[in-house]
Write a protein that binds this ligand. Structure first.
Ligand code: RFL
Ligand code: PHB
Length: 389
Protein backbone atom coordinates (compact mmCIF):
# COMPACT_ATOMS: atom_id res chain seq x y z
CA UNK A 1 0.00 0.00 0.00
CA UNK A 2 1.18 3.54 -0.76
CA UNK A 3 -0.26 7.02 -0.02
CA UNK A 4 1.17 10.54 -0.08
CA UNK A 5 0.34 11.26 3.59
CA UNK A 6 -0.01 8.66 6.37
CA UNK A 7 -1.96 10.16 9.29
CA UNK A 8 -1.55 8.53 12.70
CA UNK A 9 -4.65 9.03 14.89
CA UNK A 10 -8.36 9.64 14.14
CA UNK A 11 -8.93 12.35 16.72
CA UNK A 12 -9.99 15.80 15.54
CA UNK A 13 -6.51 16.75 14.27
CA UNK A 14 -6.02 13.59 12.20
CA UNK A 15 -9.53 13.61 10.75
CA UNK A 16 -9.52 17.36 9.98
CA UNK A 17 -6.09 17.08 8.34
CA UNK A 18 -7.35 14.19 6.21
CA UNK A 19 -10.44 16.14 5.09
CA UNK A 20 -8.51 19.36 4.33
CA UNK A 21 -5.94 17.40 2.30
CA UNK A 22 -8.77 15.69 0.43
CA UNK A 23 -10.25 19.07 -0.56
CA UNK A 24 -6.79 20.08 -1.84
CA UNK A 25 -6.55 16.87 -3.88
CA UNK A 26 -3.97 15.13 -1.66
CA UNK A 27 -4.84 11.50 -0.83
CA UNK A 28 -4.20 10.13 2.66
CA UNK A 29 -4.76 7.15 4.96
CA UNK A 30 -5.69 7.45 8.67
CA UNK A 31 -4.44 4.75 11.07
CA UNK A 32 -6.13 4.68 14.49
CA UNK A 33 -5.51 2.24 17.33
CA UNK A 34 -9.05 2.40 18.79
CA UNK A 35 -12.50 1.77 17.31
CA UNK A 36 -14.58 4.60 15.84
CA UNK A 37 -17.12 4.20 18.67
CA UNK A 38 -14.40 4.52 21.29
CA UNK A 39 -13.11 7.74 19.70
CA UNK A 40 -16.68 9.12 19.59
CA UNK A 41 -17.28 8.18 23.23
CA UNK A 42 -14.66 10.59 24.61
CA UNK A 43 -16.32 13.72 25.97
CA UNK A 44 -13.91 16.62 25.66
CA UNK A 45 -13.90 20.10 24.18
CA UNK A 46 -16.92 22.30 23.68
CA UNK A 47 -15.83 25.74 22.50
CA UNK A 48 -14.70 26.48 18.93
CA UNK A 49 -12.86 29.58 17.79
CA UNK A 50 -13.90 31.20 14.49
CA UNK A 51 -10.60 30.01 12.95
CA UNK A 52 -11.65 26.42 13.75
CA UNK A 53 -15.18 26.89 12.37
CA UNK A 54 -13.69 28.42 9.19
CA UNK A 55 -11.41 25.38 8.79
CA UNK A 56 -14.41 23.04 9.20
CA UNK A 57 -16.14 24.95 6.38
CA UNK A 58 -12.98 24.72 4.27
CA UNK A 59 -12.94 20.97 4.89
CA UNK A 60 -16.56 20.74 3.66
CA UNK A 61 -18.03 19.87 7.08
CA UNK A 62 -19.39 23.25 8.15
CA UNK A 63 -23.12 22.68 7.65
CA UNK A 64 -24.03 21.13 11.00
CA UNK A 65 -21.85 23.38 13.18
CA UNK A 66 -23.39 26.34 11.33
CA UNK A 67 -26.94 25.07 11.94
CA UNK A 68 -26.58 23.65 15.46
CA UNK A 69 -23.62 25.47 17.05
CA UNK A 70 -24.60 28.09 19.65
CA UNK A 71 -22.96 31.47 19.10
CA UNK A 72 -21.69 33.15 22.28
CA UNK A 73 -20.80 36.83 22.13
CA UNK A 74 -19.56 36.95 25.71
CA UNK A 75 -18.43 34.71 28.54
CA UNK A 76 -18.77 35.09 32.29
CA UNK A 77 -16.25 35.32 35.12
CA UNK A 78 -17.62 34.89 38.66
CA UNK A 79 -15.74 35.75 41.87
CA UNK A 80 -16.54 37.19 45.30
CA UNK A 81 -20.22 36.32 44.79
CA UNK A 82 -20.46 38.58 41.73
CA UNK A 83 -20.97 37.83 38.04
CA UNK A 84 -19.01 39.76 35.36
CA UNK A 85 -19.11 39.66 31.56
CA UNK A 86 -16.21 39.59 29.12
CA UNK A 87 -17.84 41.02 26.00
CA UNK A 88 -16.06 39.20 23.18
CA UNK A 89 -18.07 40.82 20.40
CA UNK A 90 -17.66 44.39 21.64
CA UNK A 91 -13.93 43.97 22.35
CA UNK A 92 -12.90 41.95 19.27
CA UNK A 93 -15.80 41.87 16.80
CA UNK A 94 -15.75 38.07 17.12
CA UNK A 95 -17.73 35.33 18.86
CA UNK A 96 -17.07 31.72 19.83
CA UNK A 97 -19.22 28.71 18.91
CA UNK A 98 -20.37 26.13 21.46
CA UNK A 99 -20.31 22.76 19.63
CA UNK A 100 -18.98 19.53 21.12
CA UNK A 101 -15.77 17.83 20.02
CA UNK A 102 -17.82 14.63 19.72
CA UNK A 103 -19.96 16.29 17.05
CA UNK A 104 -16.91 17.70 15.22
CA UNK A 105 -15.45 14.19 15.19
CA UNK A 106 -18.74 12.65 14.00
CA UNK A 107 -19.05 15.20 11.15
CA UNK A 108 -15.47 14.51 10.05
CA UNK A 109 -15.90 10.72 10.24
CA UNK A 110 -19.09 10.90 8.14
CA UNK A 111 -17.43 13.13 5.53
CA UNK A 112 -14.40 10.82 5.39
CA UNK A 113 -16.62 7.79 4.80
CA UNK A 114 -18.67 9.65 2.17
CA UNK A 115 -15.48 10.65 0.31
CA UNK A 116 -14.34 7.02 0.31
CA UNK A 117 -11.06 7.83 2.06
CA UNK A 118 -9.22 4.96 3.66
CA UNK A 119 -9.28 4.65 7.48
CA UNK A 120 -7.89 1.78 9.53
CA UNK A 121 -9.45 1.45 12.99
CA UNK A 122 -8.26 -0.94 15.71
CA UNK A 123 -4.69 -1.00 14.38
CA UNK A 124 -2.35 -2.70 16.88
CA UNK A 125 1.35 -1.94 17.42
CA UNK A 126 1.49 1.05 15.07
CA UNK A 127 5.16 1.87 14.32
CA UNK A 128 6.82 4.67 12.33
CA UNK A 129 9.92 3.96 10.22
CA UNK A 130 12.44 5.84 8.09
CA UNK A 131 11.17 9.37 8.63
CA UNK A 132 14.75 10.62 8.96
CA UNK A 133 15.36 9.51 5.36
CA UNK A 134 13.45 9.82 2.08
CA UNK A 135 11.24 6.68 2.25
CA UNK A 136 9.13 6.69 5.41
CA UNK A 137 6.59 3.94 6.12
CA UNK A 138 4.18 2.87 8.82
CA UNK A 139 3.51 -0.66 10.03
CA UNK A 140 0.75 -2.13 12.22
CA UNK A 141 -1.12 -5.35 12.90
CA UNK A 142 -4.79 -5.71 12.04
CA UNK A 143 -6.63 -8.87 13.09
CA UNK A 144 -3.24 -10.44 13.71
CA UNK A 145 -1.94 -9.67 10.18
CA UNK A 146 1.13 -7.43 9.71
CA UNK A 147 0.45 -4.39 7.43
CA UNK A 148 2.73 -1.80 5.80
CA UNK A 149 1.96 1.63 4.31
CA UNK A 150 4.63 3.51 2.34
CA UNK A 151 4.26 7.27 2.13
CA UNK A 152 5.95 10.61 1.42
CA UNK A 153 5.10 12.14 4.79
CA UNK A 154 3.82 11.01 8.20
CA UNK A 155 1.51 13.26 10.25
CA UNK A 156 1.64 12.36 13.95
CA UNK A 157 -1.89 13.29 15.13
CA UNK A 158 -2.05 10.63 17.86
CA UNK A 159 -2.40 12.73 20.97
CA UNK A 160 -0.29 13.09 24.09
CA UNK A 161 0.15 9.33 24.67
CA UNK A 162 0.71 8.45 21.01
CA UNK A 163 3.58 6.67 19.31
CA UNK A 164 4.66 9.49 16.97
CA UNK A 165 6.39 11.82 19.44
CA UNK A 166 7.74 8.76 21.29
CA UNK A 167 9.43 7.60 18.04
CA UNK A 168 11.68 10.66 17.88
CA UNK A 169 15.21 10.08 19.24
CA UNK A 170 15.59 11.80 22.63
CA UNK A 171 18.49 13.99 21.46
CA UNK A 172 16.38 15.51 18.65
CA UNK A 173 13.47 16.77 20.78
CA UNK A 174 13.10 19.22 23.66
CA UNK A 175 10.06 19.17 25.92
CA UNK A 176 8.67 21.75 28.35
CA UNK A 177 6.14 20.74 30.99
CA UNK A 178 4.17 22.03 33.94
CA UNK A 179 1.87 19.71 35.87
CA UNK A 180 -0.81 21.36 38.03
CA UNK A 181 -1.55 20.05 41.53
CA UNK A 182 -5.25 19.34 40.83
CA UNK A 183 -7.65 17.95 38.24
CA UNK A 184 -11.10 18.66 36.79
CA UNK A 185 -14.05 16.45 37.62
CA UNK A 186 -16.53 16.80 34.74
CA UNK A 187 -20.10 15.62 34.32
CA UNK A 188 -22.46 15.57 31.37
CA UNK A 189 -26.18 15.65 32.16
CA UNK A 190 -29.39 16.03 30.19
CA UNK A 191 -30.58 19.05 32.13
CA UNK A 192 -31.00 22.64 30.84
CA UNK A 193 -27.76 24.64 31.32
CA UNK A 194 -27.68 27.47 33.86
CA UNK A 195 -26.73 29.83 31.05
CA UNK A 196 -26.00 29.82 27.31
CA UNK A 197 -22.74 31.55 28.13
CA UNK A 198 -19.69 29.74 29.53
CA UNK A 199 -19.16 30.60 33.23
CA UNK A 200 -15.70 30.41 34.88
CA UNK A 201 -15.90 30.73 38.70
CA UNK A 202 -13.09 31.45 41.16
CA UNK A 203 -14.20 30.34 44.63
CA UNK A 204 -12.41 29.65 47.90
CA UNK A 205 -13.59 26.01 47.67
CA UNK A 206 -11.99 25.76 44.22
CA UNK A 207 -12.67 26.53 40.56
CA UNK A 208 -15.95 25.65 38.82
CA UNK A 209 -16.95 25.84 35.15
CA UNK A 210 -20.44 25.78 33.65
CA UNK A 211 -20.59 24.86 29.99
CA UNK A 212 -23.11 23.18 27.72
CA UNK A 213 -23.54 21.06 24.63
CA UNK A 214 -27.07 22.12 23.66
CA UNK A 215 -30.10 23.89 25.18
CA UNK A 216 -30.92 20.59 26.93
CA UNK A 217 -27.49 19.18 27.75
CA UNK A 218 -25.09 20.64 30.35
CA UNK A 219 -21.35 20.09 30.80
CA UNK A 220 -20.10 21.16 34.23
CA UNK A 221 -16.74 20.86 35.98
CA UNK A 222 -15.26 21.37 39.47
CA UNK A 223 -11.58 21.52 40.43
CA UNK A 224 -10.78 18.36 42.40
CA UNK A 225 -7.86 16.69 44.14
CA UNK A 226 -5.53 14.50 42.09
CA UNK A 227 -6.13 11.80 44.69
CA UNK A 228 -9.90 11.74 43.98
CA UNK A 229 -11.45 8.82 42.08
CA UNK A 230 -14.64 9.20 40.03
CA UNK A 231 -16.22 6.67 42.41
CA UNK A 232 -15.60 9.11 45.31
CA UNK A 233 -18.07 11.54 43.72
CA UNK A 234 -21.76 10.62 43.72
CA UNK A 235 -23.96 12.78 41.49
CA UNK A 236 -25.40 14.41 44.64
CA UNK A 237 -21.91 15.26 45.91
CA UNK A 238 -21.06 16.82 42.56
CA UNK A 239 -24.21 18.96 42.43
CA UNK A 240 -23.71 20.17 46.00
CA UNK A 241 -20.08 21.16 45.36
CA UNK A 242 -20.87 22.79 42.03
CA UNK A 243 -23.65 24.90 43.56
CA UNK A 244 -21.46 25.90 46.52
CA UNK A 245 -18.85 27.38 44.13
CA UNK A 246 -21.22 29.57 42.07
CA UNK A 247 -22.68 32.96 43.08
CA UNK A 248 -26.25 32.53 44.40
CA UNK A 249 -27.74 34.18 41.30
CA UNK A 250 -26.32 31.35 39.16
CA UNK A 251 -26.57 28.51 41.69
CA UNK A 252 -30.34 29.18 41.85
CA UNK A 253 -30.59 28.29 38.16
CA UNK A 254 -29.09 24.81 38.47
CA UNK A 255 -31.32 21.94 37.41
CA UNK A 256 -29.88 18.70 38.76
CA UNK A 257 -30.24 15.28 37.16
CA UNK A 258 -28.39 11.98 36.70
CA UNK A 259 -24.97 12.21 35.05
CA UNK A 260 -24.57 10.43 31.72
CA UNK A 261 -20.76 10.75 31.86
CA UNK A 262 -18.40 11.55 34.70
CA UNK A 263 -14.61 11.69 34.49
CA UNK A 264 -11.52 13.26 36.03
CA UNK A 265 -8.85 14.93 33.86
CA UNK A 266 -5.44 15.97 35.19
CA UNK A 267 -4.22 19.44 34.13
CA UNK A 268 -0.95 19.92 32.30
CA UNK A 269 0.93 22.41 30.15
CA UNK A 270 3.32 20.75 27.70
CA UNK A 271 5.18 21.68 24.50
CA UNK A 272 7.53 19.59 22.35
CA UNK A 273 9.98 21.39 20.06
CA UNK A 274 10.37 21.24 17.12
CA UNK A 275 7.17 19.94 15.49
CA UNK A 276 8.98 18.44 12.48
CA UNK A 277 11.55 15.64 12.32
CA UNK A 278 12.55 14.95 8.71
CA UNK A 279 9.41 13.52 7.08
CA UNK A 280 7.40 13.37 10.32
CA UNK A 281 5.22 16.28 11.45
CA UNK A 282 3.53 16.48 14.86
CA UNK A 283 0.14 18.20 15.17
CA UNK A 284 -2.36 18.74 18.00
CA UNK A 285 -2.03 17.07 21.40
CA UNK A 286 0.90 14.92 20.22
CA UNK A 287 2.97 18.13 20.25
CA UNK A 288 1.36 20.21 22.98
CA UNK A 289 -1.14 20.14 25.84
CA UNK A 290 -2.85 23.07 27.54
CA UNK A 291 -4.96 22.99 30.70
CA UNK A 292 -8.61 23.25 29.55
CA UNK A 293 -9.21 26.67 31.17
CA UNK A 294 -9.59 28.90 28.10
CA UNK A 295 -10.70 26.07 25.77
CA UNK A 296 -7.62 26.14 23.56
CA UNK A 297 -6.66 22.45 23.02
CA UNK A 298 -8.91 21.50 20.12
CA UNK A 299 -8.52 24.93 18.57
CA UNK A 300 -4.73 24.67 18.62
CA UNK A 301 -4.99 21.23 17.02
CA UNK A 302 -7.17 22.70 14.26
CA UNK A 303 -4.72 25.57 13.74
CA UNK A 304 -1.79 23.16 13.39
CA UNK A 305 -3.50 21.06 10.75
CA UNK A 306 -4.72 24.19 8.96
CA UNK A 307 -1.07 25.22 8.53
CA UNK A 308 0.14 21.71 7.75
CA UNK A 309 -2.54 20.94 5.15
CA UNK A 310 -1.79 24.16 3.24
CA UNK A 311 1.95 23.47 3.38
CA UNK A 312 1.44 19.92 2.04
CA UNK A 313 -0.89 21.21 -0.71
CA UNK A 314 1.77 23.74 -1.73
CA UNK A 315 4.34 20.93 -1.84
CA UNK A 316 2.24 18.83 -4.22
CA UNK A 317 0.83 21.67 -6.35
CA UNK A 318 3.81 24.01 -6.63
CA UNK A 319 6.66 21.60 -5.87
CA UNK A 320 7.75 23.99 -3.11
CA UNK A 321 8.75 22.86 0.38
CA UNK A 322 9.01 26.45 1.72
CA UNK A 323 5.81 26.25 3.80
CA UNK A 324 6.67 22.76 5.08
CA UNK A 325 10.07 24.06 6.15
CA UNK A 326 8.35 26.90 8.04
CA UNK A 327 5.58 24.75 9.63
CA UNK A 328 7.23 24.10 12.98
CA UNK A 329 8.24 27.73 13.53
CA UNK A 330 4.81 29.12 12.59
CA UNK A 331 2.86 26.55 14.58
CA UNK A 332 5.03 26.93 17.69
CA UNK A 333 4.74 30.74 17.65
CA UNK A 334 0.96 30.38 17.95
CA UNK A 335 1.14 27.42 20.36
CA UNK A 336 3.28 29.27 22.91
CA UNK A 337 0.86 32.21 22.99
CA UNK A 338 -2.05 29.86 23.70
CA UNK A 339 0.10 28.08 26.33
CA UNK A 340 0.68 31.42 28.01
CA UNK A 341 -3.01 32.35 27.99
CA UNK A 342 -4.17 28.93 29.28
CA UNK A 343 -1.52 28.92 32.03
CA UNK A 344 -2.38 32.48 33.07
CA UNK A 345 -6.15 31.86 33.12
CA UNK A 346 -5.66 28.59 35.06
CA UNK A 347 -3.41 30.34 37.58
CA UNK A 348 -5.91 33.14 38.18
CA UNK A 349 -8.98 30.92 38.56
CA UNK A 350 -7.93 27.84 40.61
CA UNK A 351 -7.22 27.29 44.28
CA UNK A 352 -3.49 26.63 44.80
CA UNK A 353 -3.25 25.57 48.48
CA UNK A 354 0.53 26.03 48.46
CA UNK A 355 0.11 29.75 47.59
CA UNK A 356 -1.89 30.34 50.78
CA UNK A 357 -4.04 33.35 51.65
CA UNK A 358 -1.63 35.76 49.94
CA UNK A 359 -1.99 33.92 46.63
CA UNK A 360 -5.78 33.97 46.95
CA UNK A 361 -5.75 37.77 47.55
CA UNK A 362 -3.49 38.25 44.50
CA UNK A 363 -6.08 36.40 42.37
CA UNK A 364 -8.89 38.64 43.60
CA UNK A 365 -6.77 41.75 42.97
CA UNK A 366 -6.08 40.55 39.43
CA UNK A 367 -9.74 39.74 38.81
CA UNK A 368 -10.77 43.15 40.22
CA UNK A 369 -8.28 44.83 37.94
CA UNK A 370 -9.47 42.80 34.93
CA UNK A 371 -13.05 43.88 35.47
CA UNK A 372 -12.07 47.55 35.88
CA UNK A 373 -9.76 47.73 32.86
CA UNK A 374 -11.09 47.77 29.30
CA UNK A 375 -7.52 47.25 28.04
CA UNK A 376 -7.16 44.06 30.08
CA UNK A 377 -10.61 42.81 29.02
CA UNK A 378 -9.64 43.38 25.37
CA UNK A 379 -6.44 41.37 25.86
CA UNK A 380 -8.40 38.50 27.44
CA UNK A 381 -11.12 38.61 24.78
CA UNK A 382 -8.54 38.64 21.96
CA UNK A 383 -6.94 35.48 23.32
CA UNK A 384 -10.26 33.78 24.09
CA UNK A 385 -11.68 34.19 20.57
CA UNK A 386 -8.35 32.92 19.21
CA UNK A 387 -5.28 34.51 17.65
CA UNK A 388 -5.10 34.65 13.84
CA UNK A 389 -3.62 31.66 12.02
P1 RFL B 1 -6.72 13.26 20.46
O1 RFL B 1 -8.13 13.76 20.52
O2 RFL B 1 -6.11 12.75 21.70
O3 RFL B 1 -6.68 12.14 19.34
C1 RFL B 1 -5.56 11.32 19.14
C2 RFL B 1 -5.99 10.02 18.50
O4 RFL B 1 -4.85 9.20 18.27
C3 RFL B 1 -5.13 7.88 18.70
N1 RFL B 1 -3.88 7.19 19.03
C4 RFL B 1 -3.24 6.34 18.20
N2 RFL B 1 -3.53 5.93 16.95
C5 RFL B 1 -2.66 5.06 16.37
N3 RFL B 1 -1.55 4.59 16.99
C6 RFL B 1 -1.23 4.96 18.24
N4 RFL B 1 -0.15 4.48 18.86
C7 RFL B 1 -2.08 5.89 18.89
N5 RFL B 1 -2.08 6.48 20.11
C8 RFL B 1 -3.15 7.26 20.18
C9 RFL B 1 -6.06 8.05 19.88
O5 RFL B 1 -6.84 6.87 20.12
C10 RFL B 1 -6.91 9.22 19.41
O6 RFL B 1 -8.06 8.81 18.70
O7 RFL B 1 -5.73 14.38 19.89
P2 RFL B 1 -6.00 15.51 18.80
O8 RFL B 1 -6.66 14.94 17.59
O9 RFL B 1 -4.72 16.24 18.64
O10 RFL B 1 -7.10 16.48 19.44
C11 RFL B 1 -6.82 17.25 20.57
C12 RFL B 1 -8.09 17.48 21.39
O11 RFL B 1 -8.73 16.24 21.60
C13 RFL B 1 -7.78 18.16 22.74
O12 RFL B 1 -6.84 19.20 22.56
C14 RFL B 1 -9.04 18.78 23.39
O13 RFL B 1 -9.97 17.80 23.72
C15 RFL B 1 -8.67 19.58 24.64
N6 RFL B 1 -9.83 20.12 25.34
C16 RFL B 1 -10.47 21.26 24.90
N7 RFL B 1 -10.05 21.88 23.78
C17 RFL B 1 -10.71 22.98 23.30
O14 RFL B 1 -10.28 23.55 22.28
N8 RFL B 1 -11.85 23.48 23.91
C18 RFL B 1 -12.35 22.91 25.02
O15 RFL B 1 -13.39 23.37 25.50
C19 RFL B 1 -11.63 21.77 25.59
N9 RFL B 1 -12.08 21.18 26.70
C20 RFL B 1 -10.32 19.48 26.49
C21 RFL B 1 -11.46 20.06 27.15
C22 RFL B 1 -9.74 18.32 26.97
C23 RFL B 1 -10.24 17.72 28.10
N10 RFL B 1 -9.62 16.52 28.53
C24 RFL B 1 -10.31 15.37 28.93
C25 RFL B 1 -8.20 16.33 28.30
C26 RFL B 1 -11.96 19.47 28.29
C27 RFL B 1 -11.35 18.33 28.79
C28 RFL B 1 -11.92 17.77 30.06
C1 PHB C 1 -16.42 22.34 27.74
O1 PHB C 1 -17.52 22.69 27.30
O2 PHB C 1 -16.12 21.15 27.89
C2 PHB C 1 -15.42 23.38 28.07
C3 PHB C 1 -15.73 24.71 27.91
C4 PHB C 1 -14.79 25.70 28.22
C5 PHB C 1 -13.54 25.31 28.68
C6 PHB C 1 -13.23 23.97 28.84
C7 PHB C 1 -14.16 23.00 28.54
O3 PHB C 1 -12.63 26.25 28.98
Amino acid sequence: MRTPVAIIGAGPSGLLLGQLLHTYGVDNVVIEQRSADYVLGRIRAGVLEQVTVDLLHEAGVGQRVQAEGLLDDHFVIAFNGQVHNIDLLARTGKRVTVYGQTEVTRDLMNARAAAGLSTVYEADDVALHGFDGSSPYVTWRKDGVEQRLDCDWIAGCDGYHGVSRASVPADKIQTFEKVYPFGWLGILADVPPISHEIVYANHERGFALASLRSPTRSRYYVQCSLQDQVSDWSDDAFWAEFAARLPAALADKITTGPSIEKSIAPLRSFVAEPMRFGRLFLAGDSAHIVPPTGAKGLNLAAGDVGLLSRALAEFYKEKSSAALDDYSRRALARVWKAERFSWWFTTMMHRFPENGAFGARMQIAELDYLMSSEAMQTAVAENYVGLPL
